[in-house]
Ligand binder design. Structure first.
Ligand SMILES: [Cu+2]
Length: 157
């Protein structure tokens, strides 16, 4: 009897560890930040996955790479031009992933404290409503189609 129970325990352990694709936590991956010049702006992008069974919210981001760090959403205005709107939070629904990417949600880095060149790294801490803070070491890359990668004033990340 003991042997059968042990076998059942091993089977359930096997099923619980191998049966799910998304870990039961909120995590970030595929993250990177645009290169940029000191005092200029930049943006960071990533995929945030919520493997838990309750909705969560990204409520803030901090970094010493910029004087201010904001959550933004780029969107089309009625006249067809793009604008960025600051967001108080970004909802990450249970069991889903939200992509922070150019032309959509992004982490806005305002007033870079130093030059960010391709190959550099910056530290970013994500704060969530329900989950523990995530501190990421984010690689800097040149954005495609942009020589040098720095963002001009008013340019939409
Ligand atoms: Cu922005």
């Amino acid at each position: 009897m003991k042997r059968i129970l042990f076998a059942l325990a091993m089977v359930s352990l096997f099923l619980s560890t191998c049966g799910e694709n998304i870990p039961n936590e909120v995590l970030a991956k595929d993250y990177w930040a645009r290169s940029g010049m000191k005092d200029g702006n930049s943006a960071a992008y990533m995929l945030i996955q919520n493997g838990t069974d309750q909705d969560d919210e990204l409520v803030g981001v901090s970094s010493n790479a910029a004087q201010a760090v904001e959550l933004h959403l780029s969107r089309m205005k009625a006249d067809g031009t793009m604008e960025m709107a600051q967001q108080q939070s970004i909802t990450i629904p249970a069991g889903k992933a939200v992509e922070l990417k150019s032309g959509s949600y992004h982490v806005m880095l305002i007033g870079l404290t130093r030059d960010l060149k391709s190959g550099d790294e910056i530290s970013l801490t994500l704060k969530f409503k329900n989950s523990a803070d995530l501190t990421l070491t984010i690689p800097v890359k040149d954005a495609e189609g942009m020589d040098g990668g720095g963002m001009e004033e008013g340019q939409m990340p």
